[in-house]
Design a protein around this ligand. Structure first.
Ligand SMILES: Nc1ncnc2c1ncn2[C@@H]1O[C@H](COP(=O)(O)OP(=O)(O)OP(=O)(O)O)[C@@H](O)[C@H]1O
Ligand SMILES: [Mg+2]
Length: 261
């Protein structure tokens, strides 16, 4: 009988897949035909770039086994077999990326998912990936205020398309072709224009999206202040990004105050 204890023990015995094995699998699954280089190695995923059978430069993001004792729902995935969880992560991120791409936001074009990986357009060229904003020096930009303005425009377009990114910072923004591009979508969410969403809905309530947007802004603005000494008014920028959705946000704030008093 498969009891809880047995399942937990089995989790511990599950083996991590090596980077080389994962790359071999991505090739076997047809995501790429040649792997060039590993470009990012995080706790949850690693990214390598290569070339696919259509001769495109591709970034492949592969999830690592989810090692945590935390039970319950993670990114909308019920924790069960850890292999099933990470293949679900790859699929989920692929579709979140696709939604944003179809909304014409500056994100890579997602190509395919398979196994524990998903393949997308490489932001970069034959030399490899473009740099992250965090890796660029102070003197790199003629006018860093323009770059901040561009980031704010992206947040505005995302919010108006009813998306929040959830990790919108210099760590997930690439500079390529004189433009900012956003990556890393697993934590991104689509939101409803009100707080009432049916149980099991793919949309999050508006107040939660508003909190995520404020958090994103709270990591973006200090980066520009620290590195480039550019200071902008947080509330003014927030109000701009909210646009007409501000009316809905204000209504929820008011209603929430009423119900909690
Ligand atoms: N499409 C892409 N084009 C170029 N470089 C990319 C692309 N996607 C990812 N990268 C590079 O790989 C790194 C890791 O990617 P990403 O931010 O998606 O994963 P991560 O931060 O490890 O994910 P997590 O935060 O879930 O652990 C990025 O910092 C970036 O340098
Ligand atoms: Mg990242």
């Amino acid at each position: 009988m498969l009891n809880k204890e047995y399942l937990e023990r089995r989790d511990e015995e599950i083996e991590e897949i090596s980077t080389n094995e994962s790359i071999a699998q991505a090739i076997e699954n047809g995501l790429i035909i040649v792997a060039q280089q590993v470009i990012g190695q995080g706790k949850e995923a690693f990214v390598c770039w290569g070339i696919d059978n259509e001769d495109r430069f591709v970034a492949v993001k592969t999830y690592k086994l989810y090692k945590t004792t935390h039970r319950g729902v993670i990114h909308g995935t019920r924790r069960g077999n850890p292999y099933a969880v990470i293949s679900q992560f790859a699929k989920l991120e692929y579709y979140k990326n696709l939604d944003m791409f179809q909304a014409k936001l500056p994100v890579p074009e997602p190509y395919k998912y398979a196994g524990f990986s998903y393949a997308m357009e490489l932001i970069g060229d034959e030399e490899g990936p473009a740099p992250l904003l965090r890796d660029l020096s102070k003197s790199f930009f003629d006018d860093p205020a323009d770059v901040l303005e561009e980031c704010i425009e992206i947040l505005y377009d995302m919010f108006q398309a009813h998306f929040v990114h959830g990790d919108f910072s210099e760590h997930n923004l690439l500079w390529h072709d004189e433009k900012v591009h956003a990556i890393d979508f697993l934590q991104a969410k689509s939101f409803a224009l009100k707080d009432a969403v049916p149980y099991g809905s793919a949309l999050i309530p508006l107040s939660r999206a508003y909190r995520i947007l404020r958090k994103d802004l709270n990591s973006l603005l200090p980066f520009f202040k620290r590195l480039f000494r550019i200071e902008v008014d947080y509330n003014e920028v927030l109000e701009y990004i909210l646009g007409d959705i501000k009316e809905n946000v204000d209504r929820e704030i008011e209603l929430n105050l009423e119900t909690s008093s």
